[in-house]
Design a protein around this ligand. Structure first.
Ligand code: ZN
Ligand code: ZN
Ligand code: ZN
Length: 291
């Protein structure tokens, strides 16, 4: 039937992905699905982290690359084991064993027979996921294999027991580029040269005397100009997280709050920006997440 619009509301709406799990919401989800028991919640949370399937960032769980690979492999080859219904069903049977209503030998036999058969079949049929790279190993000269670690892919010597590893070529190129850019940087603690390192949140500079010296610093996008306000820091490119335009500010923030919108091209422009900044003091409100 024909309908007439009674009202039109101009409201902007953003779709949002479901929020990531935290300890509390994951346990709640397990409870709701009937998976696990109070005694198994804590081990479940620690096991998925110990095995590197997830990483906890700001209290939220993020799946890792290895987490995706393992999950895909299990869902494809052991769909009944990773099925939520199977898990909650077998937990019910455990309860019945505890209450004396079922015999544990029966429950185990019923499960283990088909499982063992499937496992043996898969052991023979599922190919070990070895990706070979074109990079020759510095140790044995054979092509290196691609492995998964907590930080993603890396190259490893194909010989068993040899622990020679290299970063992936794209990553090695990135490191080289950053090393070139930061070659004049010195350790803020001891003054020795710095080395590009990779952490959970990206690249940073660490003292070459590590672990003796724990000096670290950020890798800045420098403009080549010193801060006109404090004359100590450098004017660098900064990006506010999420929306917002990039801007240029002093590396000594929050000790020095000098900021300008445009990339400085000359000392004159810097002086003009300094004057503008002094005449228009920045609002005290500092958005969280600005780096
Ligand atoms: Zn090798
Ligand atoms: Zn140092
Ligand atoms: Zn400054």
């Amino acid at each position: 039937m024909k309908l007439t619009a009674e009202e039109i509301k101009p409201v902007q709406h953003f779709t949002e992905p479901p929020p990531r799990y935290t300890d509390a919401t994951l346990v709640k989800a397990l409870e709701a699905e009937g998976i696990g028991r109070p005694s198994t919640y804590a081990p479940t949370l620690s096991t998925i982290q110990d095995r590197g399937y997830v990483e906890k960032l700001e209290k939220k769980y993020h799946p890792t690359e290895i987490g995706f690979v393992v999950n895909d492999l299990l869902v494809e080859n052991f769909p009944e084991i990773v099925d939520i219904k199977f898990t909650s069903h077998i937990e019910e049977e455990f309860d019945e064993i505890a209450e004396g209503k079922m015999k544990w030998t029966e429950v185990c036999r019923e499960f283990y027979g088909p499982f063992k058969k499937n496992l043996d079949e898969k052991e023979a049929s599922v190919e070990k996921q070895v990706e070979i790279s074109t990079t020759p190993c510095p140790h044995c000269g054979k092509p290196m294999v691609i492995k998964f670690g907590r930080m993603g892919k890396f190259l490893a010597c194909p010989e068993p027991g040899v622990k020679v590893t290299l970063p992936m070529p794209e990553e090695a190129a990135k490191i080289k580029e950053l090393e070139e850019k930061t070659k004049d940087e010195r350790c803020p603690i001891c003054g020795k040269p710095m080395k590009v390192r990779r952490g959970r949140f990206g690249f940073f500079l660490g003292c070459t005397d590590y672990p003796k010296c724990k000096g670290v610093s950020k890798i800045w996008d420098k403009t080549g100009f010193k801060c006109p306000n404090c004359k100590i820091g450098d004017v660098v490119l900064k990006k506010s997280r999420g929306r917002g335009r990039p801007f240029y500010a002093c590396t000594r923030y929050p000790d020095c709050t000098f900021i300008m919108n445009k990339k400085p091209e000359s000392e004159e422009e810097l002086r003009a920006a300094l004057k503008h900044w002094q005449e228009n003091p920045p609002k005290p409100k500092v958005k969280k997440g600005e780096k």
